[in-house]
Design a protein around this ligand. Structure first.
Ligand code: THG
Length: 274
């Protein structure tokens, strides 16, 4: 699974930890750099950056985060914002030498589609496409699947390569209804079958929003999604147990020939104390 580290997000509020939002407002570059580095050391491939809580200050904050993160790590960035101005400033500051960025995200909503698409094309980015259109968020999974497929068609018609499209089926908290995870897993599986050249991605930590002992739910959620073919996860890569479970599951699903990666991680001490 492609791992997108979720930690640089101003909405994250963790007990006994400095708050990301405060660090961004104070332009505390050392703190942000160390979070980026720790995520990469733990096995993230991409660093997601999200300054959405800053509203009017978001564009400048996302641009600043871009500069700080790319100074700290070699990894490419996932630009997590619905705001075209924030995307524009951040992408302008982005060093393409770090690799193909993710634009997180586009939807099939007319205005957002038209405003975000030019950035996807100009920067040849991978794009996370949320299954949302002008009718809003569909809770019915068949309808959400149709929205996803229509969005794939729109992106393909605009010239985005299928392999750069990552459909996000939307992850709701399991506290909001017993069916929401089953529905989401079915969408992943159907997309895998019907559009095999397109990828899937999900913000898996959403699933535990509002519930206690969130890490356990997030771990179970990640393994379920992986077993249904999810290609990429926006997750907490600094959860060592989660990362160990992902490696074990990939070996068990035949995604890790001769368990090479699993054995390598074990030898490197990644499972010590677990
Ligand atoms: N899809 C896409 N992008 C997304 C999401 C998605 N971006 C934002 C979000 N959802 C994914 N990122 C997070 C980041 C933090 C949390 C959840 C999702 C989170 N953190 C705990 C908190 O704030 O309480 C802290 C957990 C911890 O780190 O210990 O909930 O769905 N495309």
């Amino acid at each position: 699974m492609l791992i997108i580290g979720e930690r640089i997000n101003t909405s994250r509020k963790v007990k006994n930890e400095a708050v990301i939002e405060t660090a961004v407002i104070n332009r505390d570059a050392d703190f942000i750099r160390s979070i980026a580095q720790k995520q990469i050391e733990a096995g993230a491939t991409y660093i997601d950056i999200n300054a959405g809580t800053l509203t009017s200050g978001e564009p400048e904050a996302l641009e600043w985060l871009t500069r700080v993160v790319q100074e700290a790590v070699e990894a490419p960035i996932s630009f997590d914002s619905p705001n075209p101005l924030a995307l524009e400033l951040a992408l302008k500051a982005y060093d393409a030498g770090k690799g193909q960025p993710f634009i997180n995200s586009i939807t099939a909503e007319t205005d957002r589609f038209n405003k975000v698409l030019p950035f996807v094309l100009e920067y040849k980015a991978k794009v996370i496409a949320l299954a949302i259109d002008d009718s809003g968020i569909q809770h019915d999974p068949e309808k959400r699947l149709s929205v996803a497929k229509a969005l794939i068609e729109k992106l393909r018609a605009a010239g985005v390569p299928a392999g750069d499209i990552y459909i996000d089926p939307l992850t709701f908290s399991i506290g909001t209804g017993s069916e929401v995870v089953l529905d989401m897993l079915n969408i992943i599986e159907k997309l895998k079958n019907d559009c095999p050249e397109v990828h899937t991605v999900a913000g898996l930590s959403n699933v535990s929003h509002g519930l206690p002992s969130r890490k356990i739910l997030n771990q179970a959620m990640t393994i379920l999604a992986l077993s249904r073919g999810l290609d990429a996860g926006i997750i907490d890569s600094n959860d060592r147990y989660l990362m160990a479970l992902i490696a074990a599951t990939e070996a068990l699903l035949g995604m890790d020939e001769y368990c090479m990666n699993y054995i390598k991680m074990s030898r490197a001490g990644a499972f010590e104390g677990l």
